[in-house]
Design a protein around this ligand. Structure first.
Ligand code: FAD
Length: 254
């Protein structure tokens, strides 16, 4: 990969607080928008922060070139990002990584499972699949629910859970999933590790296929530093280069 070819300095056209500590940021890059695939991510470079930070692509419009990311402020990098004004510039390296497979047989139903900011890559996937299916989205409380209206507009059946019961099913969304899952489903999941581990169990029990996007801590994003190694089928793979999307039954969860 010619890194320089994919390393951009881009003007921020939107950077707004959506709710609590969740933000949406947009830049314009026709190059990225033309080739971005669901499940891919970009490494965001920030001043005064040594390592770039990975963010999944939330949407990419081929016509306007608008590429957007959803992020949660959790530490130094995302804090600096949230304070960048519209009109300032940010370094964006990407799109990187392997995408979700989109070639689902017609007789199968896509079932998307998201937790927290995992909704970002799941949203891009939903807008790229030809037929809508079911969304299972779990958060702690209703104020954390993001972009639900967009899934509704795209025709997805919504199954929402909150841990405190303030919206939808009270409890974990994986409990709902295990009760309702049909044999003709293909599962796609992005969320916290315990959620993905539970989905891996469901996939195994029901003998269906599934794909997970891992959010491992990473440094280079290019498979060079090997900081994001995970065991896939007992072999070390790099989440940044070989993933972040893997067949869920191949992932070793501790
Ligand atoms: C492929 C990929 C896609 C991602 N997509 C998104 C996204 O779309 N939206 C989003 O908000 N976040 C996403 N993340 C996580 C995001 O990269 C981290 O939250 C971010 O790098 C934290 O940077 P920071 O400097 O603010 O926090 P730091 O100061 O580095 O860390 C603060 C806290 O965040 C935790 N943290 C750091 N990196 C990660 C990580 N990779 N995963 C989980 N927790 C982490 C740390 O353990 C620590 O508790 C993604 C990560 C990966 C690997």
């Amino acid at each position: 990969m010619d890194i320089k070819r994919w390393d951009y300095q881009l003007e921020i056209t939107e950077n707004k607080n959506i709710c609590l500590n969740f933000y949406k940021i947009s830049v314009i890059s026709k190059d990225i928008a033309q080739v971005a695939k669901a499940g891919q991510f970009c490494m965001i470079g920030l001043e005064k922060v040594f390592l770039r930070r990975p963010l999944s692509i939330y949407s990419a419009d081929k016509n306007t070139g608008i590429v957007s990311f959803l992020y949660k402020v959790v530490g130094k990098g995302t804090n600096i990002l949230a304070n960048l004004p519209v009109g300032s510039e940010v370094k964006v390296l990407g799109p990187l990584g392997q995408s979700y497979p989109l070639d689902i047989e017609k007789s199968f139903r896509p079932v998307l499972v998201a937790g927290g900011t995992g909704i970002a890559s799941i949203h891009f996937l939903a807008s790229n699949l030809s037929t809508p299916g079911s969304l299972y989205y779990g958060v702690r409380k209703k104020e954390e629910i993001l972009c639900l209206d967009e899934f509704e507009k795209m025709g997805w059946e919504l199954n929402i859970s909150t841990e405190d019961g303030s919206y939808g099913y009270k409890g974990f969304v994986t409990d709902l999933l295990s009760k309702q899952i049909q044999q003709n489903s293909v599962i796609f999941v992005c969320g916290p590790t315990p959620m993905m581990k539970k989905v891996a169990q469901i996939v195994k029990e029901k003998n269906i296929s599934g794909f997970a996007s891992l959010e491992q801590k990473m440094a280079c994003g290019l498979g060079v530093c090997q900081g994001c190694a995970v065991k896939i089928n007992n072999v070390n793979k790099m989440v940044c280069k070989d993933g972040p999307v893997f067949s869920i039954s191949d992932i070793y969860f501790e």
